[in-house]
Ligand binder design. Structure first.
Ligand SMILES: Cc1cc2nc3c(=O)[nH]c(=O)nc-3n(C[C@H](O)[C@H](O)[C@H](O)COP(=O)(O)O)c2cc1C
Length: 163
């Protein structure tokens, strides 16, 4: 038995700041994507990254079926993009500009960086999946700008210290 409830779990874990990404994929019915904070790098050789989609995600089954995904790292001025992709709209791409790099998954215009991946392994992690992707291609879109941060349930920003 645990000595805390889900709200306390969320409150305490909310003290760990994360960047905000949108994980996207292409499908015959159009592009899909969801906001993801649980993104991280795993391995350099081979180059692997990971993220954790919830088992109730609508976008994840489409991403899984496509076999590949793109991690879009959001910039400080893209909080509205995060909120859009944290919602459940049928067509989240209707009002935004995007293009395609190597895997065919959408790269959102204005993102800080993008990482195109092929799904390598999928592990069970409670009510989420732990998805490991092999990096096929990657790039920085805005080298001089800062990332969007999610902390204590709200958006913020962080800047590197100047030397
Ligand atoms: C900052 C932020 C981070 C999030 N991180 C995750 C995450 O790591 N995993 C997840 O399953 N959902 C995460 N979400 C919630 C999903 O984006 C949300 O449930 C979305 O509606 C899922 O869309 P879908 O049903 O199209 O997959 C996050 C939301 C926000 C705003």
């Amino acid at each position: 038995m645990t000595a805390f409830d889900p709200a306390e779990f969320r409150r305490v874990l909310g003290h760990y700041p994360t960047g905000v990404t949108v994980v996207t994929a292409a499908s015959d019915d159009g592009p899909v994507g969801l906001a993801i904070g649980s993104f991280g790098s795993v391995s350099l050789d081979p180059p692997l990254v990971m993220f954790c989609p919830g088992k109730s995600s609508n976008s994840w089954p489409v991403i899984e079926a496509s076999g590949s995904f793109c991690v879009n790292v959001l910039a400080e001025d893209q909080a509205a993009v995060s909120s859009l992709f944290a919602g459940r709209d049928a067509d989240k791409f209707a009002g935004i500009a995007w293009g395609i790099r190597s895997t065919g998954a959408p790269v959102i215009e204005g993102c800080l960086a993008w990482i195109d991946c092929t799904i390598e392994t999928i592990h069970e992690g409670g009510d989420h999946w732990i998805v490991v992707g092999r990096v096929d291609d990657l790039g920085v879109g805005r080298p001089d700008d800062d990332p969007l941060i999610f902390f204590k349930g709200g958006y913020g920003a962080v800047r590197p210290q100047q030397d």
